[in-house]
Design a protein around this ligand. Sequence first.
Ligand code: NAD
Length: 367
Amino acid sequence: MQLNVLVLPGDGIGVEVTREAVRVLKAVADSFGHSLTLNEGLLGGIAIHQRGTPIPDETKELALKADATLLGAVGLPEFDTAPPDKRPERGLLGLRKALGVYANLRPVRSYRSLLDSSPLKNELVEGVDMIIVRELTGGLYYGTPRGISGSGAEERAVNTMTYTRSEIERVAHMAFQLAGRRRKKLTSIDKSNVLENSQLWRRVVTEVGRDYPDIKLDHLLVDNCAMQLVVGPKQFDVLLTENMFGDILSDEGAVLAGSIGMLPSASIGAKAPSGAWIGLYEPVHGSAPDIAGQNKANPLGAVGSIAAMLEYSFGLTEEAIAVNFAIEEVLNSGHVPADLKPADKPASTTEVGDALCRYISERKVPV
Ligand code: NAD
C-alpha cells in the first residue's frame, strides 16, 4: 500500500517523539512491504519563528494532500503572553479546521506492567480497552450567542449548547463503524434528563443505530458515566459523546493508562476517495518545555498515534497490532522512560525507539 504521510514535529519534545514515531512507521513499512512517502512541515512556535505565523499556508496545503498527518506538539514558553492569533496553539486549531476533522478519538487501554501506575485498583483497570469518541466542532464551546454582558448584580454570562441533526449523525456513523471493528458495543453519553440538546442527541443516535443492527447500543447519563469510568471501566468498548462531556470524560479516561506520555489520539473527519478517514494523529501531551532537548521524553503516545493512523486512515489492522504489541514488549522489558518510573536506569527516547523498531522488524506479533 502507498502511505502518504505529513509529519509536523512542532515544538519541544514534539520533535523528539515524532522522530521515534517516524522510525517506527518506516520499520512497519519495511517489514510489511508498504511504500512510504513522508513530507515534513512547520506548525506552532517553530512556524512563527520561521514564517511569522503558527500555521503557514504551505502547511495547510501539505496536510490537505496527505492521507494522514502526524503531529508532535506545539507550544513554546516565549509565546505564553502573545496575543491569541500569534500563539503556537492557534496552529493546531487552524490545522483541525483546515482538515475538517470533527471527531477526536482517544484509545484508552491498560498495560499489565503499568497497572500499579493507575490510581485505580489493579483488578479494575486490568483489561481496560476502550475508545472515547468526542465530537469536536459543536456544542457549548462554539455555540452562539455567547459572552458576558451587563454589570453589577445583573452582570450575566451566556453560552449556548447547540447541535444540528447532521452534526450528530456524522459522528454517530463514525462511532458505530468503529464499534463494528471492535467488540460491537457503543455507549452514547448525554444528559437527556435535563437538556433538550441531549434529547436530540439521544434520538438521532438511536435512529442512526438502526443502520447498524449488529452493534449493541446503550445510552448513559454523563454523571453516571463519570462514575462508571472509575467503578467499572472494563464495561466500555466505544463511548460516544458531545464536545464538552467528551473533554471532561477523556481526561478521566486518561488517568487509567498511568502516564500522559502514553496516550495517543486521533482527530478524524471526512473520508478520502480511497474510503480512508482523513486524520490528524498526535500524542495527548504538550511540548513539555521542562524536559525538551534532553532525550528523555516518552515517545509511546506518539507511537500509539502511529498505530491509530495505520488502523483508521489506512485500514491496516495487522500493522497496528504489531505496533501496539511492540509498545507492550517495551513496557514488559522494564527498560522504560523516566515518567514510567523504572526500577533501573531510565531508557532514553532514542533507546525506546530502537527497541520498538527491533520488535517490529522481528515481527513478534501474537497469534
Ligand atoms: P505538557 O503535556 O507539555 O507537560 C505536562 C507534564 O508532563 C510535564 O511535566 C512534562 O514533562 C510531562 N510530560 C508530557 N509529555 C511527556 C512525555 N511524552 N514524556 C515524559 N513526560 C512528559 O503540558 P504543559 O506543561 O501544560 O504544556 C506545555 C506546552 O505545551 C504549553 O505551551 C501548552 O500550551 C502546550 N500544549 C500543547 C498541546 C498540543 O500540542 N496538543 C497539548 C497540551 C499542551
